[in-house]
Write a protein that binds this ligand. Structure first.
Ligand code: NAD
Length: 284
C-alpha cells in the first residue's frame, strides 16, 4: 500500500515543491490550484528548480524529463484527487479553508486515501474534525524550499492510525526526507523550539545584552546553528513570526512565546525583515 500517486492542492511556495519531490521519487502527481495562473507559475518553478538540479549534477536530464512527465496540472478539483493514494493540501493557513477542502474531496477519494495537511501551526485534529474518517488525516509539515530541506515533520493527530503513519514514513523516505514524528500539539517540534529561541533573542536585543550580529554569532559559532535566530526571524518575516508567537503564547499558556515590545514596534514600522529590505539586518 505504498504511496504511488499524489494530488497536491495549492501550487504556491510549498505546493509546487511537494509536487517536485513526489515526481522525482516516481509518484504520478496532479497539481491543483484554485488559480490557474498559480498552477502555471508552480509548474514553471518546478521546471526551473529541476533544471538547476541538472546543472548542478544532482539530477540526470533523463530523470528530470521523466519526473516532469509525471506531473499534470489539473484545473478540476475532483479530477485532481480521483485515484490519489495521498492528497496533500498546501493552501493558505486558514482553518476553515483547509477543513472545507478536505470535507469536499473526501467523498471523491478511496477509503485508503490519506489526507495530509502541510499546516505549519494549526491543529491537525481540528482540520481532521471536518472529515468523516479522521483516521486518514495526518500532518505532513514540509520546509521551504521543499526540494532542498531534508526534514519532514509528521504530525500524528488523535485519530490518525498507525498504518497511515507508516505509509507516510515510507513516502517520506522515498522522497528523500528524514522524518520525525510529533504529537499534534501547538507548535509541533519545529516552531515551538524555533520561535521560542527567536523571541528570547529579541528580548536580549531589547535588554542590550549584545548586538543582533553577536547574538546570532553566539548560536552559529557556539552552537553550530546554520543561521542565527535573529537572521532567521528576518528571513521568515517578523509579522509571520509575531502571529505564531501570539498563537503559541495563548495555546501553550507560556509567556516565553509572547512577542516582545521591540518586535511589535518593528512590525508596526514595517521592518518585517528580508521581504521588506529591513529588519534586524539591512537586506538592501
Ligand atoms: P502560498 O500563498 O505560496 O500558496 C498557497 C496557494 O494556494 C496559492 O497558489 C493559492 O492560489 C492556492 N489556493 C488558495 N485557496 C485554494 C483552494 N481553495 N484550493 C486550492 N488552492 C488554493 O502559501 P504557502 O507558503 O505555499 O503555504 C501553504 C501552506 O503551507 C500554509 O498552510 C503554510 O502555513 C504552510 N507552510 C508554509 C511554509 C513556508 O515557508 N511558506 C513552510 C511550511 C508550511
Amino acid at each position: 500500500m505504498s504511496v504511488q500517486s499524489v494530488a497536491v492542492l495549492g501550487a504556491g511556495t510549498m505546493g509546487h515543491g511537494i509536487a517536485h519531490v513526489s515526481a522525482v521519487a516516481g509518484c504520478s502527481v496532479t497539481l491543483y490550484d484554485v488559480s490557474p495562473e498559480a498552477a502555471k507559475r508552480g509548474l514553471a518553478s518546478i521546471e526551473r528548480n529541476m533544471d538547476k538540479g541538472v546543472a548542478r549534477g544532482k539530477l540526470d536530464a533523463a530523470d528530470r524529463d521523466a519526473a516532469l512527465g509525471r506531473i499534470r496540472a489539473v484545473a478540476d478539483l475532483q479530477e485532481a484527487v480521483t485515484g490519489a493514494d495521498l492528497v496533500v493540501e498546501a493552501v493558505p493557513e486558514k482553518l476553515a479553508l483547509k477543513q472545507e477542502l478536505f470535507r469536499t474531496v473526501e467523498p471523491w477519494v478511496g477509503r485508503d486515501t490519506i489526507l495530509g495537511t502541510n499546516t505549519s501551526s494549526l491543529s491537525v485534529g481540528a482540520i481532521a474534525s471536518a472529515t468523516e474518517h479522521p483516521d486518514r488525516v495526518i500532518g505532513l509539515h514540509f520546509f521551504n524550499p521543499v526540494h532542498i530541506m531534508k526534514l519532514l515533520e509528521i504530525i500524528v493527530a488523535e485519530h490518525t492510525t498507525e498504518a497511515v503513519l507508516e505509509r507516510c514514513r515510507a513516502y517520506g523516505e522515498a522522497i528523500g526526507k528524514q522524518c520525525i514524528t510529533v504529537k499534534d500539539f501547538p507548535g509541533f517540534a519545529t516552531s515551538r523550539l524555533g520561535v521560542c529561541l527567536g523571541m528570547e533573542a529579541i528580548r536580549m536585543v531589547e535588554q542590550g545584552v549584545a548586538s543582533p550580529e553577536d547574538i546570532d554569532a553566539a548560536m552559529v559559532l557556539g552552537y553550530r546553528h546554520p543561521v542565527g535566530p535573529l537572521k532567521l526571524t528576518d528571513m521568515v518575516g517578523l509579522d509571520v513570526r509575531m502571529h505564531i508567537g501570539e498563537y503559541l503564547a495563548k495555546e501553550l499558556g507560556n509567556a516565553a512565546f509572547e512577542p516582545p515590545a521591540l518586535m511589535r514596534q518593528m512590525v508596526a514600522d514595517g521592518k518585517l525583515g528580508k521581504k521588506a529590505g529591513a529588519g534586524f539586518y539591512d537586506w538592501d
